[in-house]
Design a protein around this ligand. Structure first.
Ligand code: 8LQ
Length: 467
């Protein structure tokens, strides 16, 4: 396997010919079973490394009576206790600043990123130079699979702050040899300026969140610019569901007349961009030699069969500064077996990551994911650009209303428009929802990850009462 060493060491001068489809042909196309054998050896080495260098893991595995040498198969690996984000947070509070899962001397930490901390104590990512480079190399490889090439100009249109996503896209594009344009996102008035700069700089590739791409398209039209005329060839996304949600995907594809790629997992397991399908279709591949992904049943945390739904559990195979070994994502997906037909012999997530377990709610016995609602309302002709999902998590029963912005063009036939969406929601979700039309631009747009679910019992009652 090309440049497969531990600790990872990459030839920084290497780059395939632009006509070559694969960055590392053998690693990407080899029989999955053969790769799994190499992965097992690597997992053991990563575990030995963590055992020796990160007290967090030694403590955890001692308690469970597990030693790296006892891992003789990938099935054995499933017995290794999982790591949860709360544990990382608590460990970091006790062992500031990077936690006792930091496996390099503090002097080797050269980059700091982190979570925003909007829902609790922020977590800091301490990244060594070696890890920074291996993430850059991994991302370049995945972006190559998306068809991004050195003659592209890549716009990083997400916040260049604590958010690992933006920096990961930046260093990957740079390693690939493309021109990188870190315009960022999130400051007042920035989106209109983004449109102007995109045209002036001849941007060909966009990176950000799906919600932001749709907002950018709206702002471009307000500025009198057809988003399709901006000259984008490709948009790739991470951070939230969207690029593999059919109606969101087609809205973006149509607005920009460009190809759409899904990617991303969790910042903790950077290279997070190890998903990315690498072909013009929804869904994502699990690049197992970068980050070993197991889709597990959310309670037992054992791998589920291909074809089944579960939560991704991630193990970094290239990180030395804060290795993650069986980190539970809490997300939901369904996976399929590797198939040579896809070119790359990695397991496949045909619908990407479609939600979080915590975001799921139950209405009259049916499990409902917000992204399924997004898909229905955003497919409606005359959809005005934003919506809100209003639920109540009552002790006895959750109920649901959806406020949907409409375009002026449908205002004369609003009743049938609403009925059409309500019908479709009933068919897709298996339960009814109150659909409440609202005027365009009622809701704020986001420049980052959308938050469309509102959990408010009083608002719900008012909406249900409204005729
Ligand atoms: N999340 C991330 N990528 C997703 C995707 N493609 N589809 C659906 N949900 C996705 C740093 C990277 O951009 C990834 C990232 O956003 O990392 P964060 O900030 O740690 O957030 C991770 C969460 O974003 C995941 O657990 C998914 O719920 C979502």
């Amino acid at each position: 396997m090309e440049q497969w060493s531990w600790p990872p060491r990459y030839d920084e001068s290497y780059r395939p010919d632009p006509a070559e489809r694969f960055w590392f042909r053998r690693r990407e196309t080899m029989p999955a079973d053969e790769r799994d054998e190499a992965i097992l050896v690597r997992i053991r080495r990563v575990m030995e490394y963590a055992w020796e260098n990160a007290p967090f893991y030694r403590r955890k595995w001692d308690e469970a009576g597990i030693h790296p040498s006892s891992i003789k198969s990938l099935a054995d690996f499933e017995k290794v206790p999982v790591v949860r984000k709360e544990e990382l947070r608590a460990d970091q509070a006790e062992n500031e600043p990077f936690g006792s899962y930091l496996a390099v001397p503090l002097s080797e930490v050269k980059h700091i990123n982190g979570t925003s901390g909007t829902t609790g104590r922020p977590t800091a990512f301490g990244i060594s130079e070696r890890d920074w480079r291996s993430v850059a190399n991994a991302h370049a490889r995945v972006m190559w699979a998306m068809g991004i090439r050195p003659d592209d100009t890549v716009l990083v249109a997400s916040p260049l702050s604590l958010y690992w996503g933006s920096w990961g896209a930046y260093i990957g594009a740079e390693r690939l040899g493309a021109r990188v344009f870190p315009f960022g996102a999130g400051t007042a008035g920035q989106t209109a300026r983004t449109v102007r700069w995109m045209r002036q700089m001849g941007v060909t590739v966009f990176y950000g969140t799906p919600s932001y791409a749709l907002h950018l398209a709206e702002v471009a039209r307000d500025e009198g610019v057809d988003p399709a005329s901006l000259g984008l060839r490709k948009l790739f996304f991470s951070g939230e569901p969207g690029a593999s949600v059919p109606s969101i995907r087609s809205r973006i594809t149509e607005a920009f007349d460009a190809q759409v790629y899904d990617s991303g997992s969790m910042a903790e397991v950077s290279p997070w961009m190890h998903l990315g399908a690498g072909s013009d279709e929804p869904g994502v591949l699990c690049w197992q030699d970068l980050v070993y992904t197991e889709v597990c049943d959310p309670t037992g945390l054992n791998r589920v069969d291909y074809g089944s739904e579960g939560t991704p559990v991630y193990t970094t195979l290239e990180r030395t500064s804060q290795p993650m070994i069986r980190l539970v994502s809490g997300d939901l997906t369904r996976w399929e077996a590797p198939s040579a037909d896809r070119g790359r012999t990695y397991p496949f997530l045909p619908r990407g990551i479609y939600g979080r377990i915590d975001d799921m709610f139950t209405v009259r016995g049916e499990n409902v994911y917000p992204s399924a609602i997004d898909d229905v309302v955003m497919a409606a002709h005359g959809y005005g650009g934003e919506h809100r999902i209003v639920i109540s998590r009552d002790s006895t029963m959750d109920s649901l209303a959806v406020q949907v912005e409409y375009e002026d063009a449908v205002s004369s036939s609003l009743e049938s428009w609403v009925a059409g969406i309500a019908d479709r929601l009933r068919t897709v979700l298996g339960v009814g929802a109150k659909v409440v039309p609202v005027r365009q631009q009622t809701f704020d747009r986001t420049e980052f990850k959308a938050r469309r679910v509102v959990d408010d019992r009083d608002l719900l009652r008012r909406l249900e009462g409204a005729s």
